[in-house]
Write a protein that binds this ligand. Structure first.
Ligand SMILES: N[C@@H](CCC(=O)N[C@@H](CS)C(=O)NCC(=O)O)C(=O)O
Length: 212
């Protein structure tokens, strides 16, 4: 059975949980004790030398990085629906995977680190970056329901978590009505699952790297 090494409050792990659920795939969640630094233990580093969650195991395959995992799951289990192989379509979807790993991670996800995990980051810069990408997203979604191909793809799944979690980084979505409408559409997808809301700041992980 598919195993996901997971930390409940991580948006990158949530991305994978959401994809597994949208695809209706049975899986086992293996919680990683992030606060105690279990992701830096020798055992875990054998799965992912970067010491980061999520990590997915499917039979003999061990794969890390939430974007890479979405690609794997979509191609392995999702037929053409979530990631088509037509070069033009694939390119269109993949550009959002890069955006989520860069602009969204360094803006929205980083701002959330300050409030939820009490980490020292440049909050102003992160919030500026967050507003920049939200503006781009909002304009892009003005004339479409989904990020690409007129249907939900892994582009939507990849970008959704940290956009949805923006308020936890002190960023209001009020000025971005098309983004809010897109969030509502994603919530209505068959198999949708949510992420627990972090209402309090939790202790910083004992062992931390660049990201959370
Ligand atoms: N590019 C990776 C980033 C993964 C990542 O940063 N995971 C965080 C949790 S959300 C983590 O494990 N951070 C610990 C560290 O960087 O040491 C992905 O998309 O999965």
């Amino acid at each position: 059975m598919i195993k996901l090494f997971d930390y409940e409050l991580s948006g990158n792990c949530y991305k994978v949980r959401l994809m597994l659920s949208l695809l209706g795939l049975e899986h086992e969640i293996v919680p990683v004790n992030f606060i105690e630094g279990e992701h830096k233990s020798p055992l875990f580093l054998k799965l992912n030398p970067l010491g980061q969650v999520p990590v997915l195991i499917d039979d003999d395959l061990v794969i890390h990085d939430s974007q890479a995992i979405l690609v794997y799951l979509a191609r392995r289990y999702g037929c053409e629906n979530w990631l088509p192989i037509k070069p033009e379509s694939m390119g269109k979807v993949m550009q959002w995977l890069s955006i989520t790993a860069n602009e969204i991670q360094h803006g929205l996800a980083t701002a959330r680190l300050h409030f939820v995990f009490n980490l020292k980051i440049d909050l102003e810069l992160a919030q500026q970056r967050a507003d920049m990408i939200l503006k781009v997203l909002d304009e892009h979604l003005q004339e479409r329901n989904w990020l690409e191909l007129d249907r939900p793809t892994i582009a939507d799944v990849a970008c959704y978590p940290y956009v949805k979690l923006a308020p936890e980084g002190g960023i209001s979505l009020e000025a971005y009505p098309n983004v809010v409408a897109w969030i509502d559409r994603i919530k209505k997808l068959k198999g949708y699952v949510g992420i627990p809301v972090s209402v309090v700041t939790i202790p910083s992980p004992k062992s931390r790297g660049a990201n959370l």
